[in-house]
Design a binder for this molecule. Structure first.
Ligand code: MN
Ligand code: MN
Length: 482
């Protein structure tokens, strides 16, 4: 089903072969509704779970906690090096609380390759600096350094929440989560009132709000009888009392400022979802669910790779560049008693991967930024992106046509809706994913995910039908690509 709108084609019933009973409501189906209604109901049911995930998994750490919770519920067990393993086992590994990898062991030996779904669980945001707290004009503020690519002007005058940990010298980790519950306070960054903005409005959009001005107001109440920095002192006393950490402890903290609030339906027809952090948690959730709901044992080992740090280049111990992923494959080979370098290299080289990441949807107002014939569209299903990069494909991992042809065959066999996409028209900009990193193992890899409007903004938008179709496509890929 290449380049066809999902809603124009709801009588496609093949999706049932990819589902267990979770998403099929036989009552609805038999109650004089058409078969089409069955798929429509399945889309909506799936997306309710997705919105719940988005609303809690607002940082990479929170995503790892939520993924582990859902995986355990589906029968996955944390890998123990002392355990033996066998085909059919469902196991997972967690790396430094910010990176999680799931496996369903296949009937074929791992040396034959795996089917890998790799998504990232970090999103653009503002990180607190290591000395964040200061007072100015009798306000207390947190100084931040932005993380990933943002349009800075989108972050002022918008409700913000703070999530993360403060780790004390004795090793205790204090969790901070403020701004999501209805009775929690929110925080935010001020912007100059329009009445006094004549000078500001002459600046370019890149300069109107400077990175060093993305500081978050967190208090205004002074500590009585204090002369200097009374507001800052009151706030620090409050934090010490409530959370039991000192100002110095900020040095070993990781606190992230993100748009506050839950994921919601978007559009009067409820056909879309608006939320912060859908790049790339939309592909993380659909990849995860493809594994959790796998209704038959896979022939090839299926791997769900959920990495951190993609938005800043995938460096670091918890990013895709880390050898942690490779080490987990070695751990499994070791548990099978087959942990030679030869087996490890062959297992990786023989693997097929979908780099599960989002693509830019064509924007009705800024359509000229895309090439219409090669841009992803809402409601046309999973988007395959042969190459990313910028200018002359610089930085791209250009996928092999022999490989994509195999995937097309599976998509069409199950009547799944799919399209191809490219991040914008030539020379308009560009971007990257983790595809080129795992391609270093000489495995086959192509980017595949959901089309997003407003990418990297506090309110990213996706189509519900695309979310569901991508989930089905990931499952079909993992089970049926040969
Ligand atoms: Mn991404
Ligand atoms: Mn991104």
């Amino acid at each position: 089903m290449y380049n066809k709108n999902i809603y124009q084609d709801l009588d496609n019933t093949m999706y049932r072969e990819l589902l267990d009973d979770n998403y099929i409501d036989e009552d609805i189906d038999s109650n004089n509704f058409s078969r089409e209604y069955g798929k429509f109901a399945a889309i909506n049911r799936f997306c309710e779970g997705y919105k719940d995930f988005l609303s809690v998994a607002k940082t990479e750490r929170l995503a790892v906690i939520e993924i582990e919770k859902l995986a355990k519920k589906a029968g996955f067990k944390k890998f123990n090096p002392k355990d033996s393993v066998r085909p059919g086992d469902k196991i997972y590994f967690i790396n430094k609380n910010k990176n999680i990898i799931l496996y369903i062991l296949g009937y074929k030996e791992i040396i034959n390759g795996m089917r890998i779904l790799g998504a990232h669980i970090d999103s653009p945001r503002l990180d607190l600096k290591q000395n964040p707290l200061y007072e100015k004009k009798e306000f207390a503020l947190f100084d931040t350094h932005y993380y990933g690519g943002i349009k800075k002007y989108q972050y002022v005058t918008t409700p913000l929440a703070i999530h993360g940990v403060v780790v004390k010298k004795d090793g205790t980790s204090i969790k901070v989560d403020i701004g999501e519950k209805q009775d929690d306070p929110i925080v935010g960054i001020p912007d100059l009132l329009i009445h006094l903005s004549q000078d500001q409005l002459q600046k370019t959009a890149a300069k109107a709000i400077e990175g060093e001005d993305l500081d978050v107001i967190v208090g205004s109440r002074p500590l009585p009888k204090e002369e200097k920095d009374a507001v800052k002192k009151y706030l620090m006393e409050y934090l010490e009392r409530t959370y039991r950490f000192t100002e110095e402890d900020f040095a070993s903290a990781e606190l992230e400022v993100v748009p506050a609030g839950k994921a919601r339906d978007f559009g009067l027809d409820n056909s879309m979802i608006a939320s912060y952090g859908q790049d790339d948690r939309v592909c993380a959730y659909t990849s995860l669910k493809a594994m959790l709901d796998m209704h038959r044992h896979p022939e090839y080992t299926v791997c769900g790779l959920f990495v951190d740090k993609e938005e800043i280049g995938s460096y670091g111990a918890t990013g895709a560049e880390s050898v942690f992923f490779e080490n987990t494959v070695l751990e499994i080979l070791h548990a099978y008693g087959k942990d030679s370098i030869y087996n490890l290299r062959k297992a990786l080289e023989n693997s097929y991967m979908l780099s599960s990441d989002v693509n830019a949807a064509i924007d009705p107002i800024y359509a000229s930024a895309s090439d219409e014939n090669n841009a992803a569209k809402f409601n046309y299903g999973i988007v395959f992106e042969k190459y990313t990069g910028a200018r002359g494909k610089s930085g791209a991992s250009d996928a092999n046509p022999e490989y994509f042809a195999k995937i097309r065959e599976v998509m069409d066999r199950f009547k799944l809706h799919y399209q191809t996409g490219e991040l914008g028209a030539v020379d308009k900009g560009g971007g990257g994913t983790i595809a080129h990193i795992t391609a270093k193992y000489n495995m086959e890899v192509i980017d595949a995910g959901v089309a997003v409007l407003n990418m990297h903004s506090p309110m990213e938008i996706v189509s519900k039908a695309d979310v569901f179709e991508t989930y089905l496509a990931y499952k079909a890929f993992a089970l049926y690509t040969r």
